[in-house]
Design a binder for this molecule. Structure first.
Ligand SMILES: Cc1ncc(COP(=O)(O)O)c(C=O)c1O
Ligand SMILES: N[C@@H](CCOP(=O)(O)O)C(=O)O
Length: 518
């Protein structure tokens, strides 16, 4: 059989007023459970406003009221304390990525202001915004604006109405392969640029837009990338008219990922090193030049990414799943999920959080090794080539965030070999999905935990699918052509070559139908 290699390889309990800001009448606290309307009522003789103008008019028609002032700031973060309550803090309008001691930063919200409203209020508010086109709340991220970037002007937001992604009931996959009846796949890759990175990038680029309007020294925005961060950055910057610069490890990302920033007009550097080398370079460059850092070292990104967790709860009508499994590389996303779930608990939308599983490729597994050591020894690794190329990362910048998230969610770390992740991806595809290899890593983790009995048959489990399978077609072609060294590719389903005559076609069809009849 010839191989088919096509390509080169609310009810509001009023509380004492804190600060006062201008808020629209529709945002006034209500004593009834109904959430505020998010749709401005415009005079009928003004039908030609676009949604951004509608929001502008709506915000202009505001009154001063006893609405608490929501705010957020950067604070130092460590794996032991999490976000610190020390005196060190920075405005989100400062350009800062690390604390004085060199630790990570976290965006800390004024929780006492948010607690001015109860859980029912927030649930109703968020639910009221789903499925609308109201600017900016039609976005799954900005529908949670008060918890994301509360102080940004709606007019400064750059959004592609990202989020609101499908939570897919994996009925057949769960039943046939895992004996599970409540398995779900959160398709974060069915998104504007084909990965979950859109969720964070809308926040980061919106804040950059605001900083530039404030005349802060930001000439462009840059990132190191294994392909998805760069795609999202270049798309959002292109939409905003802001220059973007991307550092890519040469020959280590898929063709589809490479073409995304090129098409969106980014300044693309293909560098002869791996992702960790690119990350080091972009950190040095952004320390010297007026280029804003867009990697998840910048905690703004995680504010957007955390909304996927809130969205999962919302999609389950605010019931908490037992498990959420997330593939991990630079390790920002596992913390983002933890933060989203934790905020929902702290603000009374739910009463617990799920157990988190972070899944790594065995070829790039520093977190897994750390976990297995009982959190004793962390050592960066030299990441080896993996089909899950977007997580080929050996020295994750968010290691401390991941450790904190896992320790505080009774979490687990699992790993997947190349064969395991490719088989899992093919198996999921055979039940109607079209997954990426990183989702294959997460599915392998599920498989292992299910077989060892850690995850039970009726446990409600969500696997986070982080990118669209269409970005990784070459790996699927290689698999289904059985064109991978030292891999059985046991689920390969290559096309059958047949001559163009009725008899030959009938022969192969009969053989196929026979094989299906028992
Ligand atoms: C498709 C995909 N899945 C998973 C990840 C891992 O996310 P994180 O780096 O936040 O751990 C990335 C990027 O790193 C990615 O691009
Ligand atoms: N997979 C990422 C790697 C960088 O992660 P980030 O979240 O720190 O930007 C990518 O697509 O580049």
């Amino acid at each position: 059989m010839a191989a088919f290699s096509l390509l080169p390889s609310a009810h509001i309990a009023p509380k004492p007023t804190l600060h006062f800001i201008k808020a629209s009448t529709s945002d006034l606290p209500k004593t009834s459970p109904s959430p505020p309307s998010t749709k401005p009522q415009l005079p009928s003789h003004k039908p030609h406003h676009n949604i951004r103008e509608e929001a502008r008019l709506h915000n202009a028609a505001t009154v001063t009221t006893n609405h608490p002032r929501f705010s957020a700031k950067y604070v130092p973060f460590t794996s032991i304390t999490g976000p610190s309550s020390s005196d060190e803090s920075y405005s989100l309008d400062e350009i800062v990525y690390r604390s004085q001691s060199g630790s990570l930063l976290d965006v800390q919200h004024d929780m006492s202001a948010l607690k001015h409203f109860d859980g029912a209020y927030w649930r109703n508010l968020f639910d009221s915004r789903v499925g609308k086109t109201t600017w900016p709340f039609g976005s799954g991220v900005w529908s949670k604006k008060e918890w994301v970037l509360p102080e940004i002007d709606d007019d400064d937001i750059i959004s592609a109405f990202e989020g609101n992604s499908n939570l897919f009931w994996a009925e057949r996959y769960g039943k046939d392969f895992l004996g599970m009846n409540d398995l779900w796949v959160k398709h974060c890759g069915i998104s504007h640029t084909g990965s979950f990175k859109d969720l964070g990038m809308t926040v980061l680029v919106s804040q950059v837009n605001r900083l530039r309007k404030m005349n802060k020294p930001v000439v462009g925005v840059g990132c190191a990338s294994t392909g998805d961060t760069s795609a999202a950055l270049s798309a959002y910057c292109a939409a905003a008219g802001i220059p973007s610069l991307v550092f890519l490890p040469a020959n280590r990302i898929s063709m589809a990922q490479l073409v995304q920033p090129i098409a969106n007009g980014a300044f693309v550097l293909s560098i002869d090193t791996d992702f960790d080398g690119c990350m080091q370079l972009i950190r040095e460059v952004t320390a010297e030049l007026p280029i804003y850092l867009a990697n998840s070292l910048n905690s703004l990104r995680l504010e957007g990414q955390k909304t996927a967790a809130i969205e999962i709860l919302q999609q389950f009508d605010w019931e908490v799943p037992d498990w959420v499994i997330v593939p991990g590389g630079n390790l920002g996303n596992i913390y983002a999920f933890y933060k989203g779930f934790s905020m929902c608990k702290e603000l009374g939308l739910v009463d617990k959080i799920p157990r988190l599983v972070c899944a790594q490729a065995a070829n790039a597994n520093p977190l897994y090794l750390y976990f297995k050591s009982g959190w004793k020894d962390f050592h960066p690794v030299k990441a080896k080539t993996t089909f899950a190329s977007a997580i080929q990362i050996g020295d994750p910048v968010s290691i401390d965030r991941a450790v904190y998230a896992l320790k505080n969610s009774n979490g687990i770390v699992e790993e997947a070999t190349e064969e395991e992740l490719m088989d899992a991806m093919a198996q999921a595809d055979s039940t109607g999905m079209f997954t990426c290899p990183h989702t294959g890593v997460a599915l392998t983790a599920l498989n292992k935990l299910r077989r060892s009995g850690v995850i039970g048959p009726t446990d409600r489990t969500v696997v986070v699918s982080t990118a669209h399978g269409l970005k990784f077609t070459q790996s699927k072609i290689d698999y289904h052509s059985k064109n991978i060294k030292d891999m059985a590719c046991r689920l390969a389903n290559p096309p059958v070559q047949v001559t163009a005559d009725f008899g030959s076609v009938m022969d192969v069809l009969k053989k196929y139908l026979l094989s299906k009849s028992h």
